[in-house]
Design a protein around this ligand. Structure first.
Ligand SMILES: [Fe+2]
Length: 283
């Protein structure tokens, strides 16, 4: 049995924010044996290669030839040497390793009483671990999942932007994203800076990242380890499917209204899209 991961004041903060607003939270997973550098290096060995993305290090422009580190680091070597400038590792869908699946399900299970009455059953539970060198940056993007990013080691600042601001990202971008026609990274304009809310987290802290809230991340000046725990819901699937349906309406010259924010359910358009998808599949 996993002890309470979220203290009472965090459960209150999460309950006040979910699902629409970002929130800074606390967690009690520090020191968990599955989240040490050694355990994560073993996890990288256990996961299928296609679930791992890593960059073994970018070199400074002026580096002397004799200082160039070995260039063919494996992912486990990269994890163990994460203090080097410019490296990062993403371990994806860690629930494929049974011990991590148990951890993910136990942690998310502790929030089900808050989540499920609002957005329905927690589905497609997925976990990701990000191991990053000092100073690295994750560019502006959005994600389709409900997400809590738990900081285990080092600091990072996530700057989040409003989900509904179509002056930043048009309905068309959202729609093409859900159809796989737009990359998850988003174009940055300096004018956006004033609309962002930076949230800094260190070990034992976490951020609730709402579905589709654009965000970018700046790591602090030490190595960083973060665990991202994600889920989908009836509500998030309906938003995605309503966007896809709108794309089709737009293609025939209509100007459909965007899906409504929570608590709007967007069920009509979502069901229409699912019916169309079935028809297409049958054709
Ligand atoms: Fe993200």
């Amino acid at each position: 049995m996993l002890a309470d991961v979220f203290p009472p004041e965090t459960r209150e903060a999460f309950a006040a924010a979910y699902p629409a607003s970002p929130a800074k939270l606390k967690h009690n997973l520090l020191g968990h044996p599955l989240l040490t550098i050694d355990a994560l290096a073993d996890l990288a060995e256990a996961l299928p290669a296609h679930e791992i993305e890593y960059n073994p290090g970018q070199l400074p422009i002026g580096i002397r030839p004799e200082d160039v580190p070995k260039s063919d680091l494996t992912v486990t070597e990269t994890i163990r040497n994460i203090g080097q400038a410019g490296s990062w590792v993403a371990l994806k869908r860690i629930e494929q390793a049974p011990a991590y699946r148990d951890l993910l399900h136990s942690v998310l299970g502790q929030l089900a009483d808050i989540v499920e009455p609002r957005t329905g059953a927690m589905m497609q539970l997925e976990g990701f671990v990000f191991i990053t060198s000092p100073g690295s940056v994750t560019p502006l993007h959005f994600d389709p999942e409900h997400n809590i990013l738990l900081q285990v080691m080092g600091h990072k600042t996530m700057t989040l932007f409003p989900v509904e601001d179509e002056a930043m990202f048009s309905a068309d971008i959202h729609e093409r994203y859900h159809l796989g026609l737009h990359h998850r990274n988003l174009t940055w304009f300096d004018g956006y800076a004033a609309k962002g809310t930076p949230i800094q987290i260190g070990p034992g802290e976490a951020i609730h990242v709402p579905v589709k809230a654009p965000h970018w991340v700046q790591n602090g000046d030490e190595p960083s380890v973060s665990l991202s725990i994600t889920w989908r819901s009836d509500w998030s699937y309906a938003e995605a499917d309503a966007r896809a349906f709108n794309h089709m309406l737009r293609k025939v010259g209509l100007r459909p209204a965007s899906p409504g924010p929570f608590p709007a359910r967007n069920r009509g358009k979502a069901l229409a899209w699912r019916a169309m998808r079935k028809l297409k599949g049958a054709a």
